[in-house]
Design a protein around this ligand. Structure first.
Ligand code: MV4
Length: 449
């Protein structure tokens, strides 16, 4: 195991990584921007290095500053967390060149999976189902129109460098396809310096189901069940749960095996997530691979009893996975609620401020991952997520009751602060949500009763 690592992130995930380090007897060095000087996680780190001004581009996204901090701190490895540099293949390759262990897959795997059309071809070559569409990239507008007619409308136009819903367009006829093709590639060129797009048949009202995998350096790959992330708004997830209410044992096994087959074909190593769309008929389709630890990893931890960040560190340091696929048993039901400093009544506008009153829930089946404390000012520069509430019960019904109890206990208050806490309580009161019969369209129809 490493003696000392650098945590190249902030907030709750920085604290989560520091905790995993300390559970393993590993020293954790934090980096922070000038806006994060008073961050609680810095006090829990073994050392903390200022890397620049508040803007992410001059601190958490600045590769040379992070590498300089790693050299000064004399660490053996860097954990990137999620967001920021977590899926930046250039950053991973700089780490490789500097002999710093990047805690995640190799730079070439990140690069291959970051190209969605390439990842999809890899999936198909591994026998993993993907949404029918263009074979790879579409060269021009006329090709797009021809291929769309073959596929049949409606179709999705997707940026190959996109993902997570960025650079996507729906087209229902040739006119909207032609204009969408041009717009999507322009948008993708501006956002990712890569205007390449591909086409897919539109899957109506899918569920978003993703499979957690772990892969070690010896070639062992296991899956740890799925997460249903269908409750999201504008591609920002709000609620995630495991297991998915939509899966039975047979479908779970099929999707798990597909995820492992993809990971094997991609030569994946470390923790990763294979994303699928699941249609109303139980057909699943690969969409992308997330080459990082995800925000919602905690629901998988709750039902499997495994510490995923611990496994990231163990795998990166050369250890092998010590259990077999058959040893993975899913116990009970877990649901995560993202508590964001946003105002749902004002279009989810950021609503940061100084926390004057804070009470975080606890008790049986309740986990709260958060870096906030009373007196803390939520900075305006970063993601608005301030806490994650993860509830666990013997079954979904018990988890839902614990969720409502815990959300009622939660207090994050201060001038200007609004949070998603009460929105979650009204979602819990919705019959469709309670039944488990919902899809990615849920938040579009949902309004606070
Ligand atoms: C789709 C789709 C329907 N058909 N692809 C959005 C995020 C990106 N990862 C893939 N996404 C979608 N791709 C086809 N061919 C619908 C979505 C989609 C979606 C997917 C997952 C979770 C939430 C979503 C919300 C709207 C659309």
């Amino acid at each position: 195991m490493f003696k000392r690592i650098l945590v190249a992130n902030r907030g709750e995930i920085a604290l989560r990584i520091i905790r995993a380090c300390h559970d393993l007897g590993v020293e954790a060095v934090a980096v922070f921007s000038e806006a994060d000087r008073s961050g609680s996680w810095l006090r829990h780190a073994d050392d903390a290095i200022c890397i620049g001004p508040p803007e992410s581009s001059k601190s958490y996204l600045d590769i040379s500053r992070i590498i300089a901090a790693a050299e000064v701190a004399d660490v053996e490895a860097i954990h990137p967390g999620y967001g920021f540099l977590a899926e930046n293949s250039h950053f991973a390759s700089v780490c490789e060149e500097c002999n710093i262990n990047f805690i995640g897959p190799s730079a070439s795997v990140i690069e291959n999976c970051g190209d969605k059309a390439r990842a999809k071809e890899l999936a198909l070559s591994a026998g993993v189902p993907a949404v029918p569409g263009s074979d790879g990239l579409v060269a021009n507008e006329d090709d797009a129109a021809r291929i769309a007619t073959e596929i049949g409308y409606p179709v999705m136009i997707k940026a190959t460098a996109g993902g997570g819903g960025r650079g996507m367009r729906l087209a229902s006829n040739e006119a909207s396809l032609r204009s969408g093709f041009v717009q999507a590639s322009k948008e993708a060129e501006a956002a990712f310096q890569n205007g390449d797009v591909y086409l897919e048949k539109f899957v109506r009202n899918p569920r978003h189901v993703e499979v957690q995998i772990l892969a070690d350096g010896a070639g062992k790959i296991v899956h740890l069940g799925e997460r249903d992330c269908s409750i999201q708004r504008r591609h920002q997830k709000l609620i995630e749960e495991s297991p998915s209410p939509a899966l039975d044992g047979e479908l779970r096994q099929a999707m798990g095996e597909a995820a492992v087959a993809f990971a094997r074909a991609a030569k994946y190593e470390n923790a990763g997530t294979v994303e699928f769309l699941l249609d109303a008929n139980g057909n699943f389709y690969f969409i992308e691979l997330n080459a990082r630890i995800q925000v919602e990893h905690c629901v998988t931890e709750a039902v499997t009893g495994e510490d995923l960040v611990r496994w990231q560190l163990r795998i990166a340091s050369g250890e092998e996975i010590s259990f077999q696929q058959d040893d993975v048993a899913l116990r009970g039901h877990a649901i995560e609620f993202r508590i964001n400093a946003e105002d749902p009544s004002r279009g989810f506008a950021p609503a940061p401020g100084k926390i004057e009153k804070l009470f975080l829930p606890g008790g049986p089946g309740v986990r709260v991952d958060s870096h906030v404390e009373a007196g803390y000012t939520i900075p305006q520069y970063y993601d608005s997520m301030v806490a994650k509430l993860i509830v666990h019960g013997d079954d979904r019904e018990q988890a839902l009751r614990r969720a409502d109890r815990a959300l009622a206990e939660m207090q994050i208050e201060g001038p200007g602060i609004a949070t998603t806490t009460n929105l979650h309580r009204s979602i819990l009161a919705n019959a469709e949500f309670a039944s488990g019969n919902f899809d990615t369209g849920f938040m579009e129809h949902f309004s606070i009763q």
